[in-house]
Design a protein around this ligand. Structure first.
Ligand code: GRG
Length: 278
């Protein structure tokens, strides 16, 4: 985020606050590691990873707003609208969303415009109506925001979560295949791995909401139960949800088998997702 004078200082500061103050950077990590399977130069995968992280951070800023989840704490610090104000937080989210596509479209991301276009399309689809934003809408509807609360079964919850949380994580893995001009079979393996990691990530998040320590997690816990929210954990119970989680980790490892030892770090990442405490 360059500090040109023409840019409104408060907006730039809020964007920096939302992106650079902590966070695991797990999505960019997935881009860099999946791209490294194909020998993609790190400068390129970091660009695509930065674009993805901008989308992720925008989503957190907007998700924390009073009109959505109304949270005061994120990454152990005041949320962006608490640190600044709601109007600034909305604009910070908007500007991060558009900055993501600016970054993904730059020649430094990939010299071939067709590859950049493929990246931009995949990122747009993961973020929008059929991806994260659509999943967020389904989530709000399930809470009864727009009428009666929907009674979600396991398949509904899995679909919602695949959109809301899974789509960006899946894009992280797919981006590596796009940048690396992977063969169809390799692309499919990474796409499937991303979907599994997305599902595992959300189950781990739901478990943290039930069992996590707010000081370590960096945000309030117990919110899902308080809102009577349907999650994999609320439907299956803690023990069966944990079994499902570790089944997904095993499947993630099998999915990466075609890459052999080169995929060791990605396999470890799947285990990290299941075991994370924050
Ligand atoms: C506002 C369009 C719009 C979408 C919001 C991502 C999202 C959709 C809502 C966040 C709600 C939530 C807590 C989802 C669970 C999974 C998740 C995205 C957790 C946060 O991601 P981490 O743990 O965060 O990677 P850090 O802070 O490490 O970057």
């Amino acid at each position: 985020l360059p500090g040109e004078r023409v840019r409104p200082k408060r907006l730039l500061e809020s964007m920096r606050y939302a992106t650079l103050g902590g966070g695991k950077r797990f999505r960019p990590f997935l881009v860099v590691e999946s791209a490294s399977l194909f020998g993609v130069p790190r400068e390129r995968s970091l660009m695509a990873g930065a674009a993805l992280e901008c989308i992720h951070c925008y989503s957190l800023v907007h998700d924390d707003l009073p009109a959505m989840d109304n949270d005061d704490l994120r990454r152990g610090r005041p949320t962006t609208h608490k640190k600044f104000d709601q109007a600034t937080a909305i604009l910070a989210g908007d500007s991060l969303l558009t900055l993501a596509f600016d970054i993904a479209s730059r020649v430094e991301t990939h010299p071939d415009p067709a590859i950049r276009a493929a990246l931009v399309i995949a990122l747009a689809r993961a973020s929008g109506l059929g991806g994260m934003a659509g999943g967020q809408m389904l989530d709000l509807a399930a809470e009864g925001r727009f009428g009666d609360a929907a009674r979600l079964g396991l398949a509904d919850v899995e679909e919602l979560q695949a959109m809301k949380t899974g789509a960006l994580l899946r894009f992280g893995c797919l981006a590596g295949a796009i940048l690396g001009e992977a063969k169809e079979g390799e692309r499919q393996a990474l796409d499937r791995f991303g979907a599994i990691v997305g599902e595992a990530f959300q189950i781990a998040d739901d478990l943290l909401d039930v069992e996590g320590d707010p000081a370590t997690v960096g945000k309030a816990t117990g919110k899902d139960a308080g809102a009577h929210k349907a999650t994999t954990v609320s439907i299956l119970g803690v023990e069966r949800a944990k079994q499902k989680l570790f089944g997904l980790v095993a499947e993630a490892e099998t999915t990466l088998a075609p890459f052999g030892a080169r995929a060791g770090i990605l396999k470890a990442a799947a285990r990290f997702v299941a075991e994370r405490r924050a």
